[in-house]
Design a protein around this ligand. Structure first.
Ligand code: DC
Length: 222
């Protein structure tokens, strides 16, 4: 079974996807982490983030692995554990530039499809229902108000030990929404078969319960 979860930054996708995967004993694939790892690696190497050719070559050669422990998932890039560093404000600010490039996306989408092949998966991202898993059994689109998404991102960053300014988080989210929705390929959008869940004011538990009910009942929005 394949479950796609798309939506904008801060809608709660990864937390929800992780829990749903655990509950169903499926594999969780965090595609945002893959674009983040690529961006981190490009920055490490001093690659110009607008150089599509260099980024595409890097996307072909990069080794990204997910390691599962009972508590969490670690992301290993070329042998380094990049789980924390890919969430830094520097990578967050740069990743949309990398993810906007069509050729880079083609390589990443293929890698994601290969990972998902032959597995029961929950995959989250922006273009999962449309590009990565167009035949997914369920396509969820999670959303939430801008203010709630800003507050969640602020809490995430504080928990990771970052000093944060709420206005710069808001601007970062607005900017990423715009880039994610307006790019040429793989743009974030609600599909005709998306099941939309507005998570504003809902706890993680409530969102997961809604999703699991929909899956159990075979695919109708509540
Ligand atoms: O979900 P996230 O914030 O970790 O995603 C990081 C960036 O990667 C975000 O700017 C959107 C982009 N992304 C994408 O373009 N396609 C995906 N399937 C997943 C993420």
């Amino acid at each position: 079974m394949k479950i796609a979860i798309d939506g904008p930054a801060g809608a709660g996708k990864s937390t929800v996807a992780k829990r749903i995967a655990k509950q169903l004993r499926f594999t969780y694939i965090d595609t945002g982490a893959m674009y983040r790892a690529l961006t981190w690696n490009a920055m490490q190497k001093g690659i110009d983030l607008n150089d599509t050719q260099a980024l595409t070559a890097l996307a072909h050669s990069i080794d990204i692995q997910f390691q599962f422990t009972p508590e969490q998932q670690r992301i290993i890039c070329n042998g380094y554990d990049v789980t924390s560093v890919i969430r830094s404000p520097e990578v967050s600010a740069a990743v949309s530039i990398v993810a906007a490039q069509t050729q880079v996306r083609e390589v990443m989408v293929k890698a994601q499809q290969q990972m998902a092949q032959h597995l029961d998966v929950v995959v989250d991202g922006r273009d999962i229902g449309e590009r990565v898993l167009p035949d997914a059994d369920f396509k969820f689109f999670l959303t939430a108000s801008l203010e709630e998404r800003v507050a969640r991102r602020q809490l995430d960053l504080i928990n990771q030990g970052y000093q944060v300014d709420i206005e710069s988080i808001r601007q970062d989210i607005i900017q990423r929404d715009r880039m994610d929705m307006e790019r040429e390929t793989g743009a974030l959008k609600i599909l005709p078969d998306s099941i939309v869940i507005d998570t504003t004011g809902l706890s993680i538990e409530e969102v997961c319960a809604q999703i699991l009910t929909i899956i159990e009942e075979g695919g109708h929005a509540i």
